[in-house]
Design a protein around this ligand. Structure first.
Ligand SMILES: [Fe+2]
Length: 473
């Protein structure tokens, strides 16, 4: 039996491809269908099932399109309800796949329909359990996303999660491999490891949530403490995962339309269209961009930042790409978090825009050493750190204010467009995004510190080791 973990870095997401004797199953597929169809084709296999561990909140999964194309049965756990045809498996139900089988284990907690899948191979051994967002490596799924007003609290869900882990997962053999749905970087948990799998035995020793001497009450307190509010796009993605959406083929067809510079210019001036510059940090900083464009580089945590920052999921988007060969990938990556209304890209890139003599917007850029020097002189009017509050609190440059990118829209009223801002983050990705949004919102004088906090640490500029949060109040 073939079991392959398919890792997508941008979303820290793991889908799975399982095949035995000409029958295949996909677990938690991303929005696009091509990669899975190609894998099955290469094995001469028919996709029989699409299994879902739960309704995902952090990406739009591709079960509907995949089932339409293959005739596969979509399987969810108990209690799941969708707009399209699904099969609700029951706890302990076995699904034959070639000469092996997949057993559904109902493991509610992260959400009520959450289920894990035990893989049993042709020899009758069960080497893997796919735990979805029930058990991660080093963490467990957050229990606050599926709260139902008046009916189900996060403490109730955490209680279910405790029982699921103790009764369904921890009772499996210690040498079984745990294959979760997410890894470090995902907002579905709070403390995930960068490892993508581990033995259950090792997790029992190292994962705080699996401590055997932990009471249910202690567990509830631990997993519900320190949770940050989920990104704004999460409820939209849950809704989309229960609905029939525009097919990925249609989304790709519309989004990959080349737009000539004159039309792109006209469109970029329309209030209801957003321009996103997806190129490398270097090109963006060197060449400038189309006026009003937001920078969200495709080679970073692109999809989560699209989801966190673009408040309307139906936003009309046109974009600038480094390379025409990546246009399809960029539209796919927008659609993975439900942004299906991409209308096309700048044909000929910024080079053709400039050749037309059209205006270019630029943000300033300075090295960490220069920033440190100006800061020491007291000549930076508004030095700002756009990392998360937790990163800022653990260590930051003295005299620099915190203005996290995560909450930039909610707090924008605090920004004075007449002042000169210099922004830094950890490595220079988030600060460019923030600088572009500052610029697009009328802040004329805004610069970015190249290399961010990583480079700032190399300079002599004064760092604080720790600031007690109360001193900031
Ligand atoms: Fe999840």
């Amino acid at each position: 039996m073939k079991v392959e973990q398919l890792f997508t870095g941008c979303l820290a997401e793991m889908a799975y491809y399982i095949e035995s004797n000409g029958e295949a199953a996909i677990v938690d597929p991303l929005r696009e269908t091509e990669p899975y169809l190609r894998m099955a084709e290469a094995d001469g296999a028919k996709i029989k099932y699409v299994f879902l561990t739960h309704f995902h909140a952090d990406f739009v999964s591709g079960q509907y399109d995949l089932a339409q194309k293959t005739g596969a049965k979509i399987v969810f756990g108990p209690n799941a309800k969708a707009e399209y045809d699904i099969y609700n498996g029951t706890d302990g139900e076995e699904f034959q796949l070639g000469k092996g089988k997949i057993t559904l284990l109902h493991t509610p907690g992260h959400t009520m329909e959450s289920s894990s899948y035990l893989i049993t191979n042709e020899e009758g051994n069960s080497p893997y359990v796919l735990t979805g967002d029930c058990l991660f490596i080093g963490d467990v799924g957050r229990p606050d996303l599926a709260v139902k007003q008046g009916a189900l609290t996060e403490a109730d869900l955490a209680g279910f999660l405790f029982d699921s882990l103790r009764n369904k997962i921890m009772t499996l053999p210690d040498d079984i491999i745990v294959y979760p749905n997410h890894g470090a970087g995902s907002a579905c948990g709070k403390n995930m490891s960068s490892e993508t799998f581990d033995t259950l035995g090792n997790q029992k020793k190292t994962n705080y949530a699996l401590r055997t001497d932990m009471t249910k009450e202690e567990f509830i307190v631990e997993v519900t403490t320190g949770l940050k509010p989920p990104p704004q796009y999460f409820p939209n993605n849950v809704r989309m995962n229960k609905s029939i959406n525009t097919s990925i083929d249609e989304v790709l067809h519309q989004g990959t339309t080349p737009i000539d510079p004159a039309t792109f210019k006209e469109m970029s001036e329309q209030k209801d269209i957003l321009v996103v510059d997806t190129r490398s940090k270097e090109l963006y900083a060197e060449e400038g961009t189309v006026p009003g464009a937001w920078y969200i580089g495709v080679d970073g945590n692109f999809a989560p930042w699209v989801g966190a920052l673009i408040s309307d999921i139906n936003q009309k988007i046109i974009f600038i790409a480094d390379d025409e060969l990546r246009v399809n990938e960029i539209v796919t990556r927008f659609s993975r978090v439900g942004y299906d209304n991409t209308l096309g890209y700048l044909n000929g890139g910024l080079r053709d825009w400039v050749a037309q003599g059209y205006e270019v917007d630029r943000i300033g850029s300075m090295s960490a050493a220069k920033f440190a020097e100006l800061l020491t002189d007291g000549s930076v009017e508004k030095p700002v750190d756009v990392r998360k509050e937790s990163e800022y609190l653990s260590e930051h440059v003295k005299g620099v204010e915190n203005f996290p990118l995560d909450t930039i829209h909610q707090n924008f009223a605090e920004i004075d467009p007449s002042k000169e801002y210099v922004l830094h983050c950890a490595s220079g990705y988030r600060s460019l995004i923030a600088a572009s949004i500052f610029k697009a919102n009328g802040v004329e004088k805004v610069s970015d510190v190249r290399g961010g906090f990583t480079d700032l640490k190399e300079t002599k500029v004064l760092l604080t080791d720790y600031v007690c949060p109360t001193t900031l109040l």
